[in-house]
Design a protein around this ligand. Structure first.
Ligand code: NAP
Length: 279
């Protein structure tokens, strides 16, 4: 939201708050859409929007539930797919570690890692989230960073070290993960949620690990690779409809509760994709 240099345009005061949306066309002057169609796009925190249709896509609510197009079969799922399969490219038998493991992106990363024949290990906040990652999402292990012994717990959960690290959090979590990387491991730098509200940069302490281990680190933004994103969604929807990828959603009711839900996400109060049902 801040007016600082970033990959996305900041939100101006008085402007509609940015946000991915799924909804129904009420009226259309664009021949690609007709009234009644369901569409996904980025129309922000508002009940109705006017769009040229340029960045909207029609979605099929019979394939997967509409909400899934905002999560597992939408931008977060596509992010997981690109970061893991394109940037990490894990091999069978390797260990994949992911932070914010029960979140919208992290939950898909762990399950894709399992489908690739890897050991999937998560990092999440609190025993309930860790249990969810293992019992519901099928991770091999999940480590609670709030237990304050992250490095030791990571060593126990990753006895062969970490070959692929999918980073969603930053800060102390990232430094702990850098301590367990294997030589020639890959890091997909997806997000730094622990640092978004910080007034001072955290300052990575274990940077040296990247050199010592000859690590390949790639920062990425999902929409830089629209080609891959578009290719990822159909297989993700198929895996979800077959029950091979599971997902959870936390749904706040009403536009008036959107700010509270957003602040809750920054405190880890969501499990899976945080959504707001506007009406
Ligand atoms: N590069 C891209 O194109 C791209 C696209 C989508 C998302 N992202 C990024 O990917 C990350 C995950 O996004 P998401 O939509 O899947 O969100 P999410 O994981 O559903 O929700 C955020 C989670 O982050 C964790 N968290 C929040 N504050 C934290 C802190 N201070 N320290 C440690 N963990 C904290 C919380 O989980 P715990 O309770 O487990 O701590 C919270 O539930 C974010 O950093 C987001 O900005 C990047």
């Amino acid at each position: 939201m801040n007016a600082v240099k970033s990959y996305a345009k900041h939100v101006e005061i008085g402007e509609v708050m940015t946000g991915g949306t799924v909804g129904q066309v009420v009226e259309s002057g664009n021949t690609k859409f007709k009234a009644g169609d369901y569409v996904v796009g980025s129309l922000g925190w508002q009940l109705y929007a006017v769009s040229s249709g340029e960045a909207l896509a029609v979605v099929d609510p019979k394939l997967v539930p509409l909400t899934a197009y905002l999560g597992v079969c939408g931008m977060p799922g596509g992010t997981a797919w690109i970061g893991l399969l394109e940037h990490c490219a894990p091999k069978v038998g390797e260990t994949v570690l992911v932070s914010a493991a029960t979140g919208a992106v992290g939950g898909v990363v762990g399950q894709l890692a399992k489908l690739q024949g890897c050991r999937a290990v998560g990092i999440a906040g609190g025993p309930k989230k860790c249990e969810f990652a293992v019992k519901e999402l099928g991770f091999d292990a999940c480590v609670d960073y709030k237990a304050r012994k992250l490095v030791d717990d990571l060593k126990a959960a990753c006895p062969n070290g970490v070959d692929n690290y999918f980073e969603n959090v930053g800060g102390e979590v990232l430094d702990a993960a850098f301590k367990v990387l294997n030589p020639f491991s890959r890091v997909a730098l997806c997000g730094l949620i622990a640092e978004y509200n910080a007034t001072e940069p955290y300052g990575v302490k274990m940077f040296r690990s990247l050199l010592v281990n000859r690590v390949k680190l790639q920062g990425f933004i999902v929409f830089d690779r629209v080609d891959l994103y578009q290719r990822a969604i159909p297989p993700l929807a198929k895996l979800v409809s077959q029950g091979k990828i599971k997902y959870h959603e936390t749904i706040a009711e009403g536009l008036q509760n959107a700010p509270k839900a957003f602040i809750g996400l920054l405190k880890g109060q969501n499990l899976g994709k945080q959504l707001v049902k506007l009406t």
